[in-house]
Design a binder for this molecule. Structure first.
Ligand code: 3EB
Length: 325
């Protein structure tokens, strides 16, 4: 867990001439925050395969380190990358925790001059646990949605960015945020019901994310595609069939590329993609899923393969992507 001890509550910024905004390392345990230079963030999930064991987010110009109550962040002239980790009580639902963490993050990003959200990642411990009555993913969604409503008001769905939410080992909730001084353009997938409109059977408050976000002009058309699964409308399809789920998820990724205006519509998918991060529930299904993804996108797209529980128990794979308009 990253401590919220140093400079707690104080706004401070140190200049760094670094060319890197953030480094995201996959499958590592908690590391102490570095006081200067890029944010060192981590995904707690095990790395399965691929040439990308870490992701480097280049900075646009000088990097400063705004210190916001317990949030580790770095900012350049166009955006802010933040990572928050909080220990969770394994016996309790997550809504209170998610509400507090999201509140801190949204206020902190806004105070630092980056009120527009571009991309979020959520690593949720014990995501399927039901011991407190409601599945923990659902209670996470409840707290997150309430925090968005408290921060942005009733029109908050318009402000929701691309996101991912998957399970993770341990008991630390990890959230990464990319926010911006200028607004991005959020897009939906015509093959799927917008997640913020999912019916109540998926939980008391719907998941808060857009299917994709086109970053503002300073990002040269960068597109963030949310974690994407084998869901059509709002129903999971192909339970128990990992290869078919991967293919359906890639079809959804393609639909979001089209919605975002990524060139090459109707053509080969691989050249339209800059990167993939793929979460596989059952490590033994990695090869079946990889074969299906390569059949859709070819072998050349840089891909990180991680192990994770996906937010619905029947889902076996979740695929996120980046692209360029
Ligand atoms: C889905 O489409 C699959 O709760 O932030 C994908 C991306 C999913 C983000 C989230 C959940 C989230 O509903 C799950």
């Amino acid at each position: 867990m990253l401590p919220d001890v140093d400079e707690r509550g104080r706004q401070r910024a140190t200049e760094q001439p670094d060319g890197v905004l953030a480094v995201v390392r996959h499958g590592v345990s908690a590391q102490p925050p570095s006081p200067a230079g890029p944010v060192e963030a981590r995904t707690p999930n095990g790395w399965l395969s691929g040439d990308r064991t870490e992701e480097v987010w280049p900075a646009a110009g000088r990097v400063v380190r705004p210190v916001i109550d317990g949030v580790v962040a770095a900012a350049d002239r166009r955006s802010l990358f933040a990572s928050v980790e909080v220990a969770t009580d394994p016996a309790a639902p997550l809504d209170g925790c998610a509400f507090d963490l999201y509140g801190r993050l949204l206020r902190g990003a806004a105070q630092a001059g980056f009120p527009h959200l571009l991309r979020m990642w959520n690593y949720v411990p014990r995501i399927h646990d039901r011991s407190s009555g409601i599945e923990r993913y659902m209670s996470f969604c409840k707290g997150r949605s309430e925090a968005f409503a408290a921060h942005f008001g009733d029109a908050f769905p318009d402000r929701l960015p691309a996101a991912s939410a998957v399970g993770c080992p341990g008991d630390v909730l990890v959230v990464h945020l990319l926010a911006s001084s200028a607004p991005g353009r959020h897009v939906e997938n015509p093959r799927q019901v917008s997640a913020y409109l999912y019916p109540e059977r998926y939980g008391p408050r719907s998941p808060s994310f857009a299917r994709g976000t086109v970053a503002p002009a300073a990002w040269d058309g960068e597109v963030f595609i949310s974690g994407t699964a084998s869901i059509v409308g709002h129903e999971s399809v192909f339970p128990g069939q990992p290869a078919l789920q991967a293919k359906e998820a890639m079809r959804n990724v393609e639909a979001v590329l089209d919605a975002a205006g990524v060139p090459g519509r109707g053509g080969a998918l691989g050249p339209r993609l800059r990167s993939l991060r793929i979460y596989v529930r059952v490590p033994g299904q990695l090869e079946a899923i990889r074969t299906a993804v390569i059949a859709c996108a070819g072998p050349a797209v840089p891909t990180a393969w991680l192990q994770a529980e996906i937010c619905r128990e029947e889902l076996l794979v979740e695929i996120e992507a980046t692209a360029r308009t």
